[in-house]
Design a binder for this molecule. Structure first.
Ligand SMILES: Nc1ncnc2c1ncn2[C@@H]1O[C@H](COP(=O)(O)OP(=O)(O)OP(=O)(O)O)[C@@H](O)[C@H]1O
Ligand SMILES: [Mg+2]
Length: 264
C-alpha cells in the first residue's frame, strides 16, 4: 500500500525556513495539479496554518487530551472504546478543503518525552495518507521527528539550510539518519554551499532567495500564499517542484515560446 506515494518532510535546524518552504511548496504543488495535498504541521509550536492562511481549531494532541480526560470518568468498556478512537481524533482535528487538508499535531502534554508526538505523526500518516496525491510535513526543528518510525514512511526529506554551520551540521545528522538517497537540500535566503560542505551524495535541489516582502508578510502574520505571483520566491519554488517531480509536465509552453529551457 502507498508504496510510492510522495511523502515529503521538510526538516532542519530551528529557524532556517522550514515553515516558509512548506508553505511555498504547498501552494505550488496545488497550483500544478499535485492534489489533493495533505499538509501536516508537525511542529508543536505551529506556524504552518498561519502561513497558508488558516487557523487550527483543534490539534491532534488536543483532541487526544479531550478523549483521555473524558475517559477518566468513563467506565471500563467506554475506556476500551476510547482507546481505539484514533480515527475519530484524526478526523476531528483534520481541516478539509477541496484541494488540500491540514492537520496540526499540536503539543502533547507528557513532559520530557516526544514519543507521543512521534507516535501521533506516524499514525496520522498511516491513517490519512492513502487518498492524497502528496503528503507534505512541516517537521519540528532538529532531529526528534526524523526518528525511524516516522522516516520509514517518508519518501523524501528536504533539509533546509540557511548556510550557517549549525544548519549544515544538522544536515549531516539528518543524512546519517535517513540515508542520502532520500535526502535533498534546499538553501534558503539565497545562501549556497559548496558541494564540499555537504555530505557526499547529497545534492542541492534549489535555492530560495532572501526576500524582504516575504519577511514582512511573515512578520505581520499575513499568509504567504498571498504573496504576489511575480515574487521571485515562486519561481524558485517551482524549480524545486520540477526537481522533485521531474516527469510531470506543468503547463505546456506557448507555441513559439522558448521559455522552457529551464535550469537543471
Ligand atoms: N527566504 C526568506 N526571505 C526572508 N525571510 C525569510 C526567508 N525564509 C525565512 N525567513 C524568515 O525567517 C524566519 C524563520 O523562518 P521559518 O519560520 O520558516 O523557519 P522555521 O525553520 O520554520 O523555524 P522553526 O524551527 O522555529 O519552526 C521567519 O521570520 C521568516 O519570515
Ligand atoms: Mg517552523
Amino acid at each position: 500500500m502507498n508504496k510510492e506515494k510522495p511523502i515529503i518532510a521538510v526538516c532542519g535546524k530551528g529557524g532556517v525556513g522550514k515553515t516558509v518552504l512548506t508553505a511555498l511548496l504547498s501552494r505550488v504543488l496545488i497550483d500544478e495539479g499535485h492534489y489533493p495535498l495533505l499538509l501536516l504541521d508537525a511542529d508543536p509550536a505551529g506556524g504552518l496554518y498561519a502561513a497558508v492562511g488558516q487557523r487550527p481549531e483543534k490539534t491532534l494532541a488536543s483532541v487526544r487530551e479531550d478523549l483521555i480526560n473524558h475517559s477518566r470518568s468513563a467506565n471500563d468498556s467506554t475506556k476500551d472504546r476510547l482507546a481505539h478512537e484514533l480515527d475519530y481524533m484524526v478526523m476531528a482535528a483534520l481541516l478539509e478543503f477541496p484541494r488540500y487538508s491540514l492537520l496540526a499535531m499540536g503539543r502533547p502534554k507528557e513532559k520530557g518525552c516526544f514519543c507521543p508526538a512521534n507516535t501521533l505523526l506516524r499514525e496520522a500518516i498511516d491513517l490519512l495518507a492513502e487518498p492524497f496525491a502528496v503528503v507534505l510535513i512541516d517537521a519540528e526543528a532538529g532531529l526528534e521527528q526524523i526518528q525511524r518510525q516516522v522516516t520509514r514512511r517518508v519518501t523524501r526529506v528536504l533539509a533546509v539550510s540557511d548556510g550557517s554551520s549549525r544548519s549544515v551540521e544538522t544536515i549531516g545528522l539528518i543524512a546519517d539518519l535517513v540515508g542520502r538517497a532520500r535526502l535533498s537540500v534546499v538553501m534558503n535566503r539565497g545562501m549556497v554551499l559548496n558541494q564540499s560542505q555537504l555530505p557526499s551524495g547529497v545534492e542541492i535541489t534549489g535555492v530560495i532567495p532572501e526576500n524582504a516582502v516575504l519577511r514582512e508578510f511573515d512578520r505581520q502574520g499575513r499568509p504567504l500564499w498571498e504573496l504576489p505571483p511575480d515574487n521571485p520566491v515562486w519561481t524558485a519554488t517551482r524549480n524545486i517542484v520540477k526537481k522533485l517531480f521531474p516527469k510531470r509536465r506543468t503547463q505546456p509552453a506557448a507555441k513559439g515560446s522558448k521559455k522552457r529551457t529551464v535550469n537543471r
